[in-house]
Design a protein around this ligand. Structure first.
Ligand code: FMN
Length: 199
């Protein structure tokens, strides 16, 4: 019998929209989580104050809950819309609150992408997570095209094409998190290549 505690994944949607496809994708992931993994959704993105380095150490209950939730998670799962070719400000704001702490550093992360045509937001999220020394798990990061659908979480979780892709990604995420626990070299940090256009 495996007595290991379940892997705790915190799912963070970059959309505050009630009928968000990104949130539905993460909720579908929670429904499809493999045995030994729980996926809990972080739903206070809209409650966070605007990040201000001058007030970074002030007593902000919502920021404290964000830091605790990230700290307590074995892995982070993101899904985000693209706004004006970038990340939604609310998601970037949440990440900015984590820059100065240690909660997100070295955390295994995966990105579920609900809109293949929105390449800029995901590229920006990847760059931010790398900058914050997260460990991106490529084999757990997938594209599930939902833009032309109106499926809710149950519909996605029951979709004959989408569901197996999600299950495979989550299984790969669990495997990577466990291997990383045993050997931190399993998910090396991604090196920043110097930009030749910069002097
Ligand atoms: C203000 C605004 C700006 C947007 N800008 C872009 C964009 O630059 N590129 C893009 O691919 N989609 C853009 N979109 C479309 C959203 O990314 C898309 O509808 C996304 O699927 C919404 O995700 P959600 O259903 O989780 O809220 C924009 C949507 C809004 C509301």
């Amino acid at each position: 019998m495996n007595d290991a505690p379940p892997l705790r994944v915190l799912a963070i949607s970059g959309s505050l929209r009630r009928a968000s496809s990104n949130t539905a994708l993460l909720e579908a992931a929670a429904l499809l989580a493999p045995a030994g993994m729980t996926i809990e959704r972080y739903d206070e993105l809209g409650e966070l104050p605007h990040f201000n380095p001058d007030r970074e150490r002030d007593d902000w209950p919502a920021v404290d809950r964000l830091r605790r939730a990230v700290h307590g998670a074995d892995g982070l799962l993101f899904s985000t819309p693209e706004y004006a070719r970038g990340l939604p400000g609310s998601l970037k704001n949440a990440l900015d609150w984590l820059v100065g702490g240690c909660e997100i550093t070295h955390k295994p992360c995966a990105i579920f992408h609900a809109s293949p045509s929105s390449v800029h937001a995901v590229a920006s999220l990847v760059e931010t997570l790398r900058t914050m020394s997260c460990r991106l798990v490529d084999e757990a990061s997938i594209t599930v095209s939902l833009r032309s659908t109106t499926l809710d979480a149950q519909g996605i979780a029951a979709h004959p094409d989408a569901a197996p892709v999600i299950v495979r990604a989550l299984t790969a995420f669990a495997r990577a998190i466990e291997a990383y626990r045993v050997d931190p070299g399993y998910l090396p940090p991604v090196r920043h290549e110097p930009d030749p256009s910069q002097v």
